[in-house]
Each structure stands twice: as structure tokens, then as C-alpha cells.
Ligand binder design. Structure first.
Ligand SMILES: C[S@@+](CC[C@H](N)C(=O)[O-])C[C@H]1O[C@@H](n2cnc3c(N)ncnc32)[C@H](O)[C@@H]1O
Length: 687
């Protein structure tokens, strides 16, 4: 055992803190002038730069001296002699039949360094040679790709499409590396990357943002540093979050690694920007409640738009609905007299933080009902109603903006909205459960949709005009659309209590929608028995399966009986969309043709490819059989606004049976896999 085999860059060799130079002050008018702002940024950048390079040479010299004084392994003649002697002594104690100790005998030398310093001890142990009687009974393990498990697919960003990350099979001359590299325009290892520079820039950003109160967009406007964030997973802040930072004592604030790196925190008193920045972090798909998800495209949105009210206060009072409690605004007989009892100061945003919160919320969502506002603001709704009336007096609500009938919310979740829409429903042909506008669920064999992710719509007004992208594309609205689940374009919920093959959602290759499919309790969490069977994919459920040597290399085997039609899981891997798939998919084919193992799953012909070569779950081990010998089928399912490939049992599968999928003809033709698809005998091994 030898220590210090590598240099730990996080180790503090010289913890001396450099005394910081006095901080320059931001000139009062600098925020309004691009050149003044840039000049100030350059001053801070220069200051940080100088501080860093005052410290860095000493730090590096410290490491070099450390290496020189404490070499990793020093083999001296004396130690070698001692080791030989120990081997001899050990051999004397061991029966010669077990160990043939000649000059070729393998030994392991263990050097122990006591933690508190002091003399090292060296032990030499022989490695016994075991002779196997029947080596031909132990065939080599079939080749396989190491693969970190994932239950969610990872979207390969557009900007990665033409970048080769590394050279696969670099030590194998038979790999066509020239043709492989030609498929990329950029080689990642040729990028100049200086972690010191990132450190300096990060510290500069920290100072500009935290000490001088400049926003990230102000910092980016200077154009002197790398962009702080260009998408949810690109930019300097993201890059720095992905690695351990150098422990530079001059930048101790950065070492705290707090929310500064994790999100672009806007100024604390700017609630509107803070809400926007929070929204950016969370995924727009309701299927995905984790921050910074890797599956969905994050629109790197600008500020949340501010909206005009469409609903007069009088309409709110007249709208149908139950009072939210004894203090509800609906129960106040004379609202004007009540308003006079309230202190005027609570209306001034510069006086109270509460007024600021209320004004920001009403700016974004002006027609939110007072009863809903009460939940957010912890105030009685009648008080909030009065505040809203002051902010948007009825005579200022333009008739053009106004809702045609009684009050309605643009958010689609108010009681008023539900009532009005109910009236409009009558004029429309009533849709039955499961009756689709168009076949937006697509199908695995009919290539209808061209992207696995349907973007949620977000626009003022109802989803009845081409302003709504769902309307324009003749698709149903998704649970994540801003119109809410009572929108007319939402998928009509199923009416079954236990979803089987007759479930209208399942028939249309959709999973049930929590909150919409109420009869089957799609939203229920907890006890396994009660869970809706048509929500397995959104719950990231994977049927337990054993991966072991199968009919062709490794295969997946059932660990217990599986009933017909049961969903056994979802295909997960890297998703390469459109043009990304074209190039990266072609490059993946070079690897596939070389190792004869193809993990590409085409979602829509020529549009999207799932590649489980480097990340995936047990379903990547499903081997191919066709003509009725397959027991698993693939279906393109719409799962909370996202198309996913689900696997379902085609027949009863017994515990211990290998799971087989029919890959389809294209798989073998297109990828020109040399192996034929003749069904091998179970248990036989693919060469
Ligand atoms: C999705 S992977 C299946 C898992 C793979 N057996 C492994 O060891 O990782 C697909 C690859 O398995 C092999 N394979 C699967 N079914 C096969 C079949 N019926 N005939 C020949 N090879 C097959 C081929 O190498 C194919 O490219």
C-alpha cells in the first residue's frame, strides 16, 4: 500500500491568506453606461488576477517541494534485499508443493506508512498459483459495455452533437478511428481549458455580483468573462459546479459553494427576478419534479411576463363558488366600508415587504382569485381583495381585456374559469373519455410525432386560437401547460377505476394523468396495490430482472412470473434529437459495428434516437427474437407530455425465462449488424 500516489489539488500546502487589496467602489452612474460598467469589471478582473498570481507560484512551489521531499515510492537496494529475505523466510514456512518460489513467482509487496509518521514496514506475500483441472469448462465472459444505471433518459444537448469527447478503442488498431473522428467537427481534448482562469473569473463574478450588487446580465453585458450561463447546463457557473474547485485562500467565499454557484441569484429585493430564476431551475415537465433535470429542454427564459387584469372585482364577487372561510371576500356585505378600516401603509410596496410580494404576484397573475392569494400571502382574502381593487380599479380594466362572460381566470385554475368554461362546453360537441383531437400519442410503427417532448403551452387567453401551440399543432394540452387541467384541450380523463386494456388512456397509448384521471386515482402514492397500473412509467417503475449470460451475450431474465400486458419498464439512455442524432448516431454506429452490440433504439424514424450504450437500465439487455418467440413488446407511450418507449409483456412470462423483444427488420438492415438473427438456443452463447 503506498500513499501519495497522486497529488491532491485540494490539499492546502500554504494556507497563507493573501491580504486583499482594498475593494474599488462602483461609480454611481456605472449601471447606466455600458462602457463604464465594462471598465469597472476590468478593474475588478485585474485585481483578482493579480491577487491570484501573487499566491499561485508559492502554492505550486510548495507542492513541488512536497513531492521532492516525500517521494511516492523509493526502491532502494537495501529494501530489495530485505524483501528477498522475507520471501525466503515465508517460503520456509510454506509447504513447497503449494508455492513454487522461483524467480518468476508472483509476489505482492505491501508498504505501510503509519498515519502519525515514523518507520515504514514492508511485507512481501507470495501469490499462490492455482492450477485448474478443467479450464475449458469456464468459457470467457461475453464482452459487455460498462454502463452506469439511470432511470431517466439524458438529453444530449445540441451543442454536443459535433464534439468528440474521447477516442473509443484507442488501443485497438482495428477500430476505424479516422472515419469515426470525421463525423465530428470538434475534438474536446483540443479545447484549451485553464482551471486557474476559471477560478479567477469565478471570483471576479462573485465580487461583481455579491459585493457590488451587479446582476448576472450586467456582468454578461461587460463581455470580458466567459458567459455565466448559456443554457441550464452550459456556461461558467455550470462548469464550475461540475468539479472540485481549487482551494485558493484568496477566494474563500467561493469555497462555501452556496447558492451562488447553483443558481443565478438575483438581487434579494427583486422578487420578480427571483421567481423567474426559480422557475428556470425547475423542469417544465410535471413528470419531473427534480431541479436541473437532464431529460428535458429548459427554455432559458427571460423574465416571467407581466400581465394585464381581465377580470373586474365586481365579476369576482358575482362568480360562482363557495366562500373559502368566514373571512371570505364573498361574505363582506359592504366592501368599501370594510376597505376604510384597513391601514393605508400596507398598500405601499416601498413600506412593507408584504405589499411587494402581493404586487409582484398580481403583476404576473393578475386574475388570481383572492382566496388563492390568501394561501400564498397568509392574509385574509377580503384584505387581499381590497388591495387588488386599489391596484386594478374596475374602471381601469379595459373592456378589450375583459372576459366576455362572468369572471374568468387566465390561469385556468380559478373557480370563475371553471364555471365559464363549463358554459362553453355546452356549445361544443361533448367529447367522450379518450376521444382524441388527433393521434398525438403516435405509435411505434406509424411515425407521427417527431419529438419525444411536447413543449407546454404558455400564453394569455384560452387554447382556442393559434396563439396556443397545442391548438396550432392539433395536440392536446399537457398537464404542464399553463392553461391548467380544466382547459378544454386537455386529454379527456378515463373513467375506469382499475385501468386495464380497456382504459381509454391506455388504448390511446397514454399513461393516466394525475389530477385528471381521478377515478383510477392516478395521483395516489404509497401502497403498491392501490396504484393505477397505467402510471408505471411515470413512476419510473422497472420490473425486477436479472442480468446474466443469455442467448446472445448478456440477457435480461424475469425474476418472478409476469402477467400479460404488464409494463416492465421504460427504455432509458442518451436521447439524441434530430440533427444531433444524425451525426452522433452515425458515430455510435461505428462503435456498434466494431463491437457488434447495438443499443440504439429509434424513436421516430430519422428524428430521435435513444442510445443506451453508456447509460441505461435493465431493458438494454433485452435480446431479440421474432415470430412469436418474443415475449416483450415495445410501445410509444405519452407520459405526462413526453413520449417514452415502454415495454409490456406480450404473454405470461415465467420466473427465470429470458425476456425477448422483436427489434424489427430495420434494426438488422440499417445497422448492418453482421450477426444474423437466427434464434439461438437458450443458454447458448453468442460468439
Ligand atoms: C440491446 S443489446 C442486447 C444486450 C446484449 N446481448 C448485451 O450483451 O449487452 C443488442 C445486441 O445484442 C445482440 N443480440 C441480441 N439479440 C440477438 C440475436 N437474436 N441474434 C444475434 N445477436 C443478438 C447483438 O449483438 C445486438 O447488437
Amino acid at each position: 500500500m503506498s500513499f501519495k500516489a497522486f497529488i491532491d489539488r485540494t490539499e492546502l500546502v500554504s494556507p497563507t491568506r493573501i491580504t486583499a487589496t482594498p475593494e474599488p467602489r462602483l461609480p454611481p452612474d456605472a449601471r447606466n453606461s455600458a462602457s463604464a460598467l465594462r471598465k469597472f469589471g476590468e478593474t475588478i478582473y485585474r485585481q483578482v488576477w493579480d491577487e491570484f498570481y501573487k499566491w499561485e507560484p508559492g502554492y505550486v512551489a510548495g507542492i513541488l517541494t512536497d513531492i521532492e521531499n516525500k517521494p511516492v515510492v523509493r526502491v532502494r537496494g537495501g529494501a530489495r534485499k530485505m524483501a528477498k529475505g522475507m520471501v525466503r523466510r515465508l517460503a520456509e514456512r510454506t509447504p513447497p508443493s503449494a508455492i513454487a518460489l522461483d524467480s518468476c513467482s508472483p509476489v505482492v509487496v505491501i508498504t505501510e506508512h503509519p498515519a502519525g509518521g515514523g518507520a515504514r514496514t514492508t511485507t512481501v506475500r507470495p501469490i499462490p498459483t492455482v492450477v485448474l483441472d478443467h479450464p475449458h469448462h469456464l468459457p470467457p465472459h461475453p464482452p459487455y459495455e460498462s454502463c452506469p444505471p439511470t432511470n431517466r433518459s439524458i438529453l444530449v444537448p445540441e451543442n454536443e452533437k459535433s464534439t468528440a469527447k474521447f477516442l473509443p478503442y484507442a488501443d485497438d488498431p482495428s477500430f476505424p478511428f479516422k472515419s469515426y473522428l470525421k463525423k465530428f467537427s470538434h475534438l474536446e481534448w483540443q479545447d484549451e481549458f485553464d482551471p486557474d482562469l476559471d477560478m479567477i473569473q469565478l471570483e471576479t463574478i462573485w465580487k461583481l455580483h455579491v459585493i457590488h450588487d451587479l446582476s448576472m446580465s450586467d456582468i454578461n453585458r461587460m463581455h470580458i468573462l466567459k458567459p455565466t450561463r448559456t443554457s441550464h447546463n452550459t456556461g461558467l457557473l455550470w462548469d464550475c459546479m461540475q468539479r472540485d474547485l481549487l482551494q485558493w485562500p484568496g477566494a474563500s467565499q467561493i469555497n462555501v459553494k452556496d447558492s451562488f454557484l447553483k443558481s443565478e441569484t438575483p438581487l434579494s429585493d427583486d422578487l420578480h427576478r427571483r421567481l423567474t430564476s426559480m422557475l428556470r431551475v425547475f423542469c417544465p415537465s410535471l413528470n419531473c419534479l427534480g431541479p436541473l433535470c437532464l431529460t428535458h429542454v429548459h427554455p432559458y427564459s427571460t423574465l416571467i411576463p407581466l400581465n394585464k387584469p381581465r377580470l373586474a372585482g365586481a365579476s369576482m364577487i358575482l362568480s360562482e363558488g363557495h366562500p373559502c372561510g368566514p373571512d371570505c371576500f364573498r361574505l363582506v356585505p359592504d366592501i368599501e366600508s370594510y376597505a376604510e378600516t384597513l391601514p393605508p401603509s400596507s398598500r405601499d410596496p416601498s413600506q412593507t415587504p408584504f405589499a411587494d410580494i402581493l404586487h409582484t404576484i398580481l403583476g404576473i397573475s393578475p386574475d388570481l382569485f383572492p382566496c388563492q392569494l390568501a394561501v400564498i400571502c397568509f392574509k385574509p382574502c377580503k384584505e387581499l381583495f381590497v388591495e387588488r381593487m386599489h391596484l386594478f380599479p374596475d374602471n381601469t380594466i379595459s373592456p378589450l381585456n375583459r372576459e366576455p362572460s362572468t369572471g374568468a381566470s387566465t390561469d385556468g385554475d380559478s373557480e370563475g374559469g371553471a364555471q365559464r368554461k363549463g358554459a362553453q362546453h355546452k356549445k361544443k360537441k361533448k367529447r367522450r373519455a379518450g376521444e382524441a383531437f388527433t393521434s398525438d400519442s403516435g405509435s411505434f410503427f406509424c411515425f407521427i410525432v417527431h419529438s419525444s417532448r411536447l413543449e407546454p403551452c404558455a400564453h394569455p387567453g384560452e387554447c382556442r386560437t393559434s396563439k396556443c401551440q397545442c391548438y396550432a399543432r392539433q395536440l392536446h394540452c399537457q398537464p404542464a401547460c399553463r392553461c391548467g387541467i380544466s382547459c378544454i384541450r386537455q386529454w379527456p380523463a378515463c373513467t375506469c377505476q382499475q385501468c386495464d386494456n380497456n382504459c381509454s388512456c391506455r388504448k390511446n397509448q397514454r399513461e393516466c394523468v394525475p389530477g385528471l384521471c381521478v377515478k383510477c386515482s392516478a395521483e395516489v402514492v404509497g401502497s403498491h396495490q392501490k396504484l393505477c397500473a397505467n402510471t408505471r412509467m411515470q413512476r419510473l417503475y422497472i420490473e425486477p430482472m436479472e442480468v446474466k449470460i443469455g442467448s446472445h451475450g448478456l440477457g435480461a431474465f424475469a425474476t418472478h412470473d409476469i402477467a400479460p400486458n404488464v409494463c416492465i419498464g421504460t427504455y432509458a439512455g442518451h436521447i439524441m434529437s434530430n440533427s444531433t442524432a444524425e451525426l452522433t448516431g452515425q458515430a455510435s454506429l461505428d462503435i456498434t459495428r466494431h463491437n457488434l452490440r447495438n443499443y440504439l433504439f429509434e424513436f421516430v424514424h430519422g428524428a430521435e434516437i435513444f442510445d443506451a450504450a453508456r447509460v441505461g437500465n435493465g431493458t438494454r439487455f433485452l435480446n431479440h427474437r421474432s415470430g412469436g418467440a418474443d415475449n416483450i413488446g415495445a410501445k410509444n407511450m405519452l407520459v405526462n407530455g413526453e413520449h417514452q418507449i415502454g415495454f409490456f409483456a406480450l404473454k405470461r412470462v415465467k420466473a427465470g425465462e429470458e425476456l425477448f423483444l422483436d427489434y424489427g427488420e430495420n434494426y438488422w438492415n440499417e445497422y448492418n449488424n453482421d450477426d444474423d438473427e437466427t434464434e439461438g438456443e437458450e443458454g447458448t452463447q453468442d460468439p
